[in-house]
Design a protein around this ligand. Sequence first.
Ligand SMILES: [Zn+2]
Ligand SMILES: [Zn+2]
Length: 264
Amino acid sequence: MKNILILLASLILIFSTIHKAPALEGDPITMTILYDNYIFSEGPKTDWGFSCIIKGTEKTILFDTGTKSDILFHNINKLNVNPKDVELVAISHIHGDHTGGLFAFLNENNKVTVYLPASFPDEFVSRVEKAGAKVVPVDKPVEICKGVSLTGEMGVQIKEQSLILNTSKGLVVITGCAHPGIVDIVKRAKEVVDKKIYLVCGGFHLMNKSEGEVKEIIREFKNLGVMKVGASHCTGDRAIELFKEAYKENFVQMGVGKVIRISD
Ligand SMILES: [Zn+2]
Ligand SMILES: [Zn+2]
């Protein structure tokens, strides 16, 4: 009888350990940049465009897919990413430097739900469905898995959505090109999830702005309480420099190959 009790106790112990192991809570959330026109580490290739993968959240998310599928897959391999791990895909906007690798990606893994801005043309939507993936058109802000939301479509001419991660350190806002305006995107993120903003990163699209306009945007970032900034992709070299000068150690160097550990 005593032996049976000991055996039972050990079994319970083993089962509770097994049960704890795969839980994602407590695992770090990481964002790996798969495509960017700036380089961070040796091995992956740079090209105009943006893509990143977010792991450690309830579901693994691919945000944007860069321009060229061969470069996307070269980088996916160099950065030891398994495309089959991806469960959700979110596309920021229709431009080819964000959608270019999508169909090649779906060839590798179509067991995904693809969140597209609702304004995407029907032909694009049916192509994604024909590839075997599920499409969710996004109009308003929506939570796509625990703690991860999309801003919903913003902007007038070029409609775009951005990703919001609700982490223990605060919100992380990830943008594709930020055509609707980076400050408006940050404000929208704060409306969607009322929390302090830890990091804003991705393309800010400020290459045609004057130095004064960029400095005004930086002032607005500080007023909104943005703690860290990772400006990259289409932000523009001079605007990136200005963000670096203003944010100093709180500027996050981006570029393909960069892995940002967001929370523990
Ligand atoms: Zn664009
Ligand atoms: Zn872009």
